[in-house]
Design a binder for this molecule. Structure first.
Ligand code: HEM
Length: 121
């Protein structure tokens, strides 16, 4: 698979992840967490997104030829990926943190993009 393929896959994964987080954030914020349909849509999109993103991230690293050296910026992105994974349970349990959670997620996406683009370390 080509670099372009993995790049698009990485972005599609990000779209799934953010749709999932947004759905759970809204369900929680509006007191709809007991709505099984809304909950399942959010959790499914979040899980698919995480999986697709990490596979594509490693695919990108392989195409860039940095998989073996595993640079620190990639480790930092993996930490962000883990935080994004945990974030959904925080959103579910803490509707009162909805606004802050949203800002943290947006900040993390920006940081992950910056890490990939400028590779600071
Ligand atoms: C949820 C967290 C993540 C977000 C929001 C994210 C976001 C992004 C974005 C926006 C880009 C495009 C940058 C560009 O235009 O060059 C990118 C590229 C990339 N990401 Fe991620 N990413 C995440 C997680 C990961 C993980 C876990 C890995 C490694 C396993 C990874 C590896 C890469 C690589 C290798 C590139 C390509 C860099 C390049 O083309 O020079 N990302 N990511």
């Amino acid at each position: 698979m080509s670099y372009a393929f993995y790049k698009i896959m990485h972005m599609v994964g990000l779209a799934f992840l953010l749709v999932g987080l947004g759905a759970v954030l809204m369900a929680s914020y509006t007191g709809q967490m007991q709505n099984k349909k809304a909950k399942m849509l959010g959790f499914a999109a979040h899980g698919i997104g995480l999986l697709v993103m990490i596979v594509a991230g490693f695919g990108l690293a392989a195409r860039l030829g940095v998989f073996a050296e595993f640079p620190k910026w990639m480790i930092a992105k993996m930490v962000i990926w883990v935080i994004m994974g945990i974030a959904i349970s925080v959103m579910k349990r803490r509707p009162q943190w909805a606004f802050g959670s949203m800002l943290v997620i947006v900040g993390l996406v920006g940081t992950a993009a910056w890490l990939a683009i400028s590779k600071p370390f």
